[in-house]
Design a protein around this ligand. Structure first.
Ligand code: LLP
Length: 415
């Protein structure tokens, strides 16, 4: 669903004019739609309704408590990559027994916290991590549930920074080593093998790489079974893309159909770790135009949001639609929409035809995933406020950071 639509010429989130949110909470400000988050989660869940499965929302896409709260109330599981994300899930009312823990660099402290919470599964990404987890669990007198994240060596055909399933990537256990590492896991007394995990990349717009990865995973499951190692679940990761501009990712029903066909009558429970798909198009970044700078080469619309608020354009050359909150009668010009940060890479959009004036408000679309979660304080810019719209109500889910908070942990030198 698209929760961000124009009504009487003014851009709304559900039933709330975005201009009202800017007036009340200021800019830059992230705005999310509870209805869009809910619809995205439900449609993913429904696509697999014929099979035992668990949707584990990838927290990194948007870890705000208000967002996690929406998913927790729907009964979602969560995919975490740090002790910090675990703490967020717990604070938002998420069920630790539905949490999977991914990531190449888990520390002993992370492992202890997750074992104490009683998570569903560790997605172990290397042989040494397996050994450490066994020692940590042994020290606590518990048994850790594990899957190995295998690297199936398939090309996800996405931006190189967000492809993860190739041999050259740092993620997972190399496919050819996986059987040996599973055999080792089976001998470790404080581990219990639960499943096989893979995740090949993000913003995938075709189903074929997912199916290719699944086929590799299934071949491994067969080999494990021949070895007497039973596998209870298959975690197929996240990665299904969204439309930012002209992409045509498969609808989730097609993705599900392709995976279920490849799975056939296998008995394993399915786990998924979607992030972007559940939040990307459920959020926008609101910003005010501070100045227009008209030039002979380019025109700039200098806005009050910057690369520290939304890093994707600078980092991946990503495209986010720029939506004026109201149609203006200024002349249409091509603008680079840029922030106040002192870098030429600080752009949010380039060469966009816009009819805007200083003081106008714009929304950067499709900013619900990897927007706020990747925000920084570069240039000592406090991070934006976040608001959740629910029908005709708005809830402040994160207050705007203050400069006092930014420097609170810092110290001058002693006299
Ligand atoms: N599971 C694992 C192990 C992951 O590493 C990721 C994302 C996901 C699930 C969720 O993937 P999704 O469904 O959101 O594609 N900052 C980048 C995206 C980085 C993705 C990192 N891993 C961006 O803004 O495009």
């Amino acid at each position: 669903m698209n929760a961000f639509t124009y009504r009487d010429g003014s851009l709304h989130a559900e039933n709330v004019p975005l201009a009202d949110i800017a007036a009340r909470f200021g800019t830059p400000c992230y705005v999310y739609s509870r209805a869009a988050l809910t619809a995205a989660w439900r449609s993913f869940d429904a696509a697999f309704s014929g099979r035992e499965h668990l949707v584990c929302y990838a927290v990194k896409a948007n870890p705000s408590l208000g967002v996690l709260d929406v998913f927790a109330r729907l009964g979602s599981g969560f995919d975490i990559v740090s002790g910090g994300e675990l703490a967020r899930v717990l604070a938002a009312g998420g069920d630790p027994r539905k949490v999977v823990f991914s990531g190449v660099g888990k520390t002993a402290a992370d492992m202890r916290a997750a074992l104490e919470a009683g998570i569903l599964c560790f997605n172990v990404e290397s042989a040494p991590e397996l050994e450490l987890l066994d020692r940590v669990a042994g020290g606590m007198g518990v048994v850790a549930p594990v899957s190995l994240r295998v690297n199936p060596d398939v090309d996800a055909k996405t931006h190189p920074y967000i492809a993860t399933g190739l041999k050259e990537n740092k993620f997972g256990v190399a496919y050819d080593d996986a059987l040996a590492v599973y055999r080792r896991a089976a001998t470790l007394p404080h581990l219990r093998i639960e499943g096989v995990d893979c995740h090949i990349g993000s913003q995938l717009t075709e189903t074929d790489p997912f199916v290719a990865a699944l086929e590799r995973v299934l071949a491994l499951v067969d080999a494990l079974q021949r070895d007497g190692i039973a596998v209870h679940h298959l975690d197929l990761g996240g990665g299904l893309g969204i439309r930012y501009r002209e992409e045509t990712p498969p609808p989730v029903a097609d993705y599900a159909r392709a995976l279920l066909a490849a799975l056939g009558a296998r008995p394993q429970k399915l786990l998924f770790e979607p992030g972007r798909l559940l939040t990307g198009n459920a959020g926008v970044l609101l910003s005010e135009i501070l100045y227009l700078k008209l030039g002979s080469e380019r025109n700039f619309a200098v806005v009050d949001a910057a690369m520290n608020d939304l890093m994707r354009p600078a980092l991946y050359d990503a495209w986010h639609e720029v939506l004026p909150l109201r149609a203006g009668n200024a002349p249409v010009r091509d603008y680079d929409v840029v922030g106040p940060v002192c870098e030429s890479g600080d752009f949010l959009a380039r060469g966009r035809p816009l009819a805007v004036a200083a003081g106008d408000l714009v929304a950067l679309a499709s900013a619900g995933a990897y927007g706020m979660s990747m925000a920084s304080n570069y240039n000592t810019r406090p991070r934006a406020a976040e608001v959740m719209v629910d029908g005709d109500r708005m809830h402040l889910i994160r207050e705007r950071e203050t400069v006092a908070q930014l420097i609170a942990n810092e110290r001058r030198l002693p006299d």
